[in-house]
Design a protein around this ligand. Sequence first.
Ligand code: DSN
Length: 413
Amino acid sequence: MKYTHLKKQDSAVYKALLGEQKRQEEGVEMIASENYVSVAVLETLGTVFTNKYSEGYPGRRYYGGQEFTDVVETLAIERAKKLFGAEHVNVQSHAGAPANLAAYAAILKPGDTVLGMNLSHGGHLTHGHPLTLPAQIYRFVGYKTEADGTIDYKKLEALAKKEKPKLVLAGFSSYTRQLDYAKISAIAKKVGAYSMMDMAHIAGLIAGKAVPNPVPYFDIVTTTTHKTLRGPRGGMILCRAELAKAIDRAVFPGVQGGPLMNTIAAKAVAFGEALRPEFKKYARQILKNAKTLQKEMEKYGAQVLFGGTENHMIMLDVVKSYDVSGKEAEKYLDAVGITINKNVVPDDPRGPMDPSGIRIGVPAVTTRGFKEKEIKLIAKYIHRALSSKGEVKLLNNIHKEVKQLCKKFPVYL
Ligand code: DSN
C-alpha cells in the first residue's frame, strides 16, 4: 500500500504507520482478540462513506442523500442474518462495549440484577466490572468456573434462583471452553430473565460453523466484528424479532449518534468474506492450531488453564509454569516478537497490571497461513523465551528465528 498523499502531507503519522505496518508483518500476533483484515476491508474503511451522516436506519433516516448508505447497511444486515441465522441485526454499534451497553439499556431498568461471568474466570469488563458504566447502573452478580475449568450449571441455576436476575449473561474474553447454551438459556427462562450471549471472541468460529451457534438459544447476542470474525473494528447486536425495536432505539438514539458508514460498509464486505467456503476452512484451522498450541505447551510442562481449549485461545499460568509474572512473560515475548497479553487467572492473588497468567490466541497467525507445523515452532519459541530468565542474547536469537518465520508468511506485502 502506497499512502502517497499521507506521505507528502503528514510525515509524523506516515512514519508511525510504516512502523506499525512493519511490526504487524515481522511479529507473531497472538493477542486472542486481534486479526488481519483483508485488503478489501482495509480499502472500504478508507472510502468517502466516512463523510456521511446517516442517523436512523435504512429507509428511515434523519438526513437526505442516503441512497448508497442504505445499500451498504442493508447488505451488512442481510449478510449478518444469513451468517448467524438471526431474526434481527443492528450493525451500527461502534464497538463491543457500546453494543453491550445498548443491549442492557434495551431490556433492563436501573438497579436490575444481571448474572455474568466473573472477570478473573474469563468474563469481560463490560459484564460487570465495578469501574464500568453498566456496573453503576445495574447490579451485577458474577458466576465462576470450577477447578476443572467447566461451569457447574446446577450452581448457576441455584445462584439465579437466589439472585432473581432480569438478565442471565453468557460470554467471555479469556475463557477457553465451550458453553452449554441450552442450559444457560433454560436457567434464564426458569427465573423469568432475559438471556444474552456476548460472542465477540468466537463470532468467526460460529460464522465458520466450527463451534455451535448461540443465536437460536438467546434473546440477544452481541459481538464485535473484528477478532475471529476478521472484519473492521466495530460492534453488532443480533436479537429476536420482538426485541428489534427496543434494540434499535437503544443503539440510536440511546447510546450513539451518527453511525460510522465506512465501517458499516467494511462490515458488509467482511461478512461477504465470512459467507464464503474458505472461511469455514479458516475457522476449522483456528481450532486445530489452538489445540496444537495447548498440547505443545503441555508437553513443555506448562500449566494450561480451564482444562485446555475448545476455541481460539489458551490461558497459561506463567507463575506456576515458569516462575515469571504475567508482566514479565509479556515483556520476554515482546522481546522475541511474539505479542500476547498478560491476563488474570481465576481468583488471581496478583493484580491486573502484573497478573499470574497470559492469554495466547491463534486467529491472526492462522490468517497469515500458520498451520500445525508453524504452531509447534511458536510453542518452542514461547517456551524458550519464558524459560530465558530475560537473558538478552537468548531472546535476541529467538527473535531472529521469529522474524525468519514471519518472512515466509507475508500478510499484506
Ligand atoms: N479487549 C478485548 C479482548 O482482548 O478480549 C475485549 O474487549
